[in-house]
Design a protein around this ligand. Structure first.
Ligand code: TYD
Ligand code: MG
Length: 467
């Protein structure tokens, strides 16, 4: 049977359907399915294969050494990549429009070029003049980065193939890149997927490390991202709350390094500044002894990060009580509230509850349960927690506190930043000198701890800001 020459792809999730319909079965999106022409094969016709050609199978042993990585010189970026870019690899950087992807890429390329590397920046969104203006504002005009403005992938590849392959090639952004082999409009799933595939193939063939920039659409997915994520070797997301100047680069897939690694940046007038000590930054703005604030000793990737969790529990005006969460999972909040009510008898159900992770960080660890619960209890009872205390531990539905991984690292970071007490799950060991541990067995125990801690709590020295 001949292959159909048209297909229907969902622009939101990338799922391919045989027929058009108003709703995508895969992601539930309405009006997201668009007809797309199939690729016209190079050379005019598909290779007809009647019988396969055998190829030799080999064993896993390798005689080649891994090629050295290419660090850009921006330490936070390199760490998230697993210690620099891998030659011949492709990396996708996703993020909301305006979060600072182009700024980050330009800085990384400039740093790489300044060390003598061959860096090429292809801008599909901004004109050369705009990129130059940005570079001069960030003081990077002198960096020997090769700049081009193009959107056609064939043009880009022809340009690159006429010179030695660059060490790092950046494409900003994949949504603007199109291939002449397809009829579909730029930015559609088919175009993004095909153009990205060609660029990934170029990376593998030439040994260049390719950075692809992709915008996240309002559904939280890069347009055609699911079509690209499996093609590339690493996927990084650049996140940041509007109104906050922190930006977090997070690795969600990495064939050559750890995932869930983060790099922290601060957006300044001269581009992005690296933040080597994020805990100090996230805790830098702490004020007074207000009830409802608890410091969570978290782990992001391989790094400990201390962050303040703030809660406000107030009597509901009328109707259904409000629940609002920023930086944490709302399902998790519902669970904690249920545990507090069922296992500790806190009549919190009829109250409005607001929970916020300070500094615009998003916390995904279950170990944040204890700190979130402590913040809620503190706000509900109107008793501040001691300033010099960090918390971590996960709740089970029975109200017990479960141990959290990498406790020692969390405790060390807390001690380093001047905290003197840690409320931890039972059985936690490894507190450094000067840090007292309070082992919390269950939720009732936590309520008792919060009540006793509130009165006459010792003052902690304020965590300083990183410079
Ligand atoms: P940009 O890198 O263009 O975002 P993206 O490529 O992800 O769409 O960043 C744009 C934002 O960054 C813009 O709102 C202005 C801000 N910005 C600064 O605050 N300082 C700077 O030096 C630069 C270059 C940008
Ligand atoms: Mg941009």
């Amino acid at each position: 049977m001949a292959k159909p020459s048209v297909s229907f792809a969902c622009q939101s999730c990338g799922a391919v359907h045989a027929k058009w319909s108003g709703k995508c079965d895969a992601c539930g999106g309405w009006n997201t399915i668009v007809e797309e022409a199939a690729r016209i094969p190079a050379g005019g016709g598909a290779r007809k294969i009647t019988r396969g050609r055998p190829f030799a199978l080999e064993d896993l042993k390798t005689s080649e050494d891994a090629p050295p990585r290419r660090p850009t010189g921006i330490a936070e970026f390199d760490r998230v990549c697993g210690g620099g870019l891998v030659p011949g690899s492709a990396l996708l950087i996703g993020g909301d429009p305006g979060v600072g992807k182009s700024t980050l890429i330009l800085q990384a390329l400039a740093a790489y070029a300044n060390k003598g590397g061959n860096a090429v920046y292809i801008s599909g969104e901004e004109a050369m003049g705009q990129v130059r203006l940005r570079a001069s504002r960030m003081g990077l005009s002198g960096a020997p980065v090769s700049l081009g403005a193009a959107t056609c992938v064939e043009d880009i590849l022809a340009t690159l193939e006429s010179a030695p392959p660059p060490g790092i090639l950046a494409i900003d952004s994949i949504q603007t890149i199109w291939t002449g082999a397809l009829d579909a409009a730029p930015g559609t799933v088919a175009q993004v997927r095909t153009a990205s595939f060609d660029l990934v193939r170029y990376a593998k063939a030439s040994g260049a490390a390719v950075l692809l920039v992709g915008h996240v659409t309002k559904d939280g997915q890069i347009a055609g991202p699911k079509a690209v994520e499996h093609l590339v070797d690493a996927v990084l997301y650049f996140e940041g709350e509007r109104g906050h100047h922190f930006r977090v680069l997070r690795s969600v897939k990495n064939r050559f390094g750890a995932t869930d690694e983060i790099g922290v940046f601060e957006m300044t007038g001269q581009g992005l500044a690296e933040v080597a000590n994020p805990s100090a930054l996230f805790l830098g703005d702490r004020t007074g002894d207000a009830p409802g604030a608890a410091v969570f000793a978290g782990i992001e990737g391989t790094r400990p990060v201390l962050v303040e969790i703030q809660a406000l529990v107030a009597p509901a005006g009328y109707g259904t009580p409000r629940r609002a969460v920023v930086g944490w999972d709302s399902g998790r909040l519902a669970m904690i509230l249920a545990v507090l009510e069922a296992r500790a008898g806190l009549q919190i159900g009829a109250h409005d509850v607001y929970l916020n992770v300070a500094g615009g960080l998003k916390v995904a660890e279950p170990a944040a349960d204890l700190a979130a619960a402590a913040a809620l209890i503190s706000s509900f009872t109107n008793q501040p927690l001691p300033r010099d205390c960090v918390l971590f531990g996960e709740f089970s539905l029975s109200g017990d506190v479960r141990p959290a991984p990498q406790a020692e690292l969390r405790l060390k970071e807390a001690a380093k930043l001047g905290f003197s007490t840690a409320a931890v799950p039972v059985g936690t060991v490894g507190a450094p000198e000067g840090l007292a541990m309070r082992q919390i067995g269950d939720v009732a125990h936590l309520v008792g701890f919060a009540a006793s801690a509130g009165s006459g709590a010792p003052r902690a020295r304020r965590a300083g800001r990183a410079e």
